[in-house]
Design a protein. Structure first.
Length: 425
């Protein structure tokens, strides 16, 4: 009988390797926690801060429904976006219901480009009024699930104004009571890591002053300058951001027009699908992989109004689909007439992919032989895809149960196994 194999590496050797990799272990644990499994909105709507009222979302929903009705309804919209009859019939009632119940998932009250320079007193007043309106909307149940402000950037000319607006808004909200669960703060036109560190300091001080839990005030970084993609030393500052302020950044948002203009792209060709946009967004994607930071694409300024409604819907729908296929599950909308094409294109994306994804998930869970041998990483991606479809309303949990044989808790655990392990430990 052959002797049992004896390992050559001693316990001391293994301990030495553990010591060598201790820093790597800490880095992976602290800086690459993965996605937290919470809902990501499919879009962000921007509106000048002083135009927001507690009825704003419902008003946009009504305008979106009216636009769709005026142009033949949601099934016709689906046809314009290339959906076959069965898909359009499945998507149409869901989009109509969405625009009736939750037309805006994420709203940003804008104190930057959408507000401009109106003088110190006017912006002070507007910042406090915005906080009051947001608190009132949250109390009334009419606020979008995610809501917050974009303030002016941290360049020298606007830094003090941006910080003052941030301070007044957060302080007024805090004094009104509990901060909204979906509160989002957006720092625009970032060029350096130092500006993000300064933002981290500012929100940390606000947390201290208002007795908020550490890390409560997270923020988005808008990627609108080439300096954030490629720094003066040849490195990528955007890749340093997650590690400069671990856990503080919630998302990176691409700024279509500022970024393109900075690279001297003429106005006619500035677009979410220009090669310079794709390069920047691929760098962003690499920079935050595994960190839990979400990504958002930018906007198109071709608005569905006047004689251009159907062409603009087709363009917007195609761009939304393009972003989704490239792993950008969120984008910006600038007008209520963009909401029908946003949700129609998004819902079609998830509904078209559901049967195949669900079948592969069922085969994976039940260990059934199929045409594709999926690895655990692919199973996570399949589950995450289906879960996003459920979270945005494109598909129902009952459909997933019927097709994939898994309920929502198991689907979530498959999509985010590390989260499930942590919660059970």
């Amino acid at each position: 009988m052959a002797a049992s194999p004896v390992p050559s590496l001693s316990a001391g050797d293994l301990a030495d390797i553990d010591r060598q990799l201790a820093a790597t272990d800490r880095l992976l644990e602290q800086n690459y926690p993965g996605d937290d499994g919470s809902r990501q909105p499919v879009h962000t709507v921007y509106v000048p801060a002083d135009r927001f009222t507690p009825s704003f979302a419902a008003e946009w929903g009504a305008e979106a429904l009216a636009a769709a009705k005026a142009h033949g309804g949601f099934e016709r919209l689906g046809s314009l976006l290339g959906q076959d009859t069965a898909l359009a019939e499945a998507v149409a009632p869901r989009v109509q219901a969405k625009l009736s119940s939750e037309p805006i998932e994420d709203l940003r009250l804008d104190f930057e480009d959408g507000f401009g320079d109106r003088g110190e007193d006017a912006e002070d007043t507007a910042a406090v009024a915005a906080a009051s309106a947001v608190a009132a909307a949250v109390a009334a149940g009419s606020a979008p699930p995610f809501i917050g402000i974009r303030f002016k950037c941290f360049e020298a000319a606007t830094r003090s104004r941006g910080l003052r607006t941030l301070d007044l808004f957060v302080s007024a909200l805090a004094s009104a009571g509990e901060l909204p669960e979906g509160l989002v703060l957006t720092l625009p036109k970032v060029t350096t890591v130092a500006q993000v560190k300064a933002m981290d300091y500012a929100v940390s001080r606000l947390e201290d002053v208002h007795s908020l839990p550490a890390g409560r005030l997270r923020f988005e970084v808008q990627v609108e300058t080439p300096q954030l993609i490629l720094g003066p030393d040849g490195t990528s500052p955007v890749a340093q951001l997650p590690h400069a302020v671990p856990g503080r950044i919630s998302g990176l948002h691409y700024g279509t027009y500022d970024y393109s203009a900075s690279l001297q792209i003429s106005a006619e060709y500035q677009s979410m699908e220009h090669p310079v946009a794709d390069f920047a967004k691929e760098v962003m994607q690499l920079a935050v992989a595994g960190t839990g930071i979400r990504l958002s694409d930018g906007s198109t300024n071709i608005i569905p109004v006047g004689d251009n409604v159907e062409n603009a819907w087709q363009l917007h729908g195609r761009l939304v689909r393009r972003s989704l296929e490239r792993g950008y599950y969120q984008g910006w909308d600038l007008h209520p007439a963009q909401l029908p094409s946003r949700f129609a294109a998004t819902y079609a994306f998830y509904r078209q992919g559901l049967p195949a994804a669900a079948a592969r998930l069922r085969n994976y869970v039940e260990q059934t032989a199929g045409g594709v041998m999926d690895e655990p990483a692919t199973a996570r991606a399949l589950a995450a895809f289906v879960l996003r479809g459920v979270q945005c309303g494109a598909v129902g949990a009952d459909e997933v149960q019927a097709l994939a044989g898994v309920g929502l808790p198991q689907l979530t655990a498959l999509a985010h196994p590390r989260l499930a392990t942590t919660s059970n430990s």
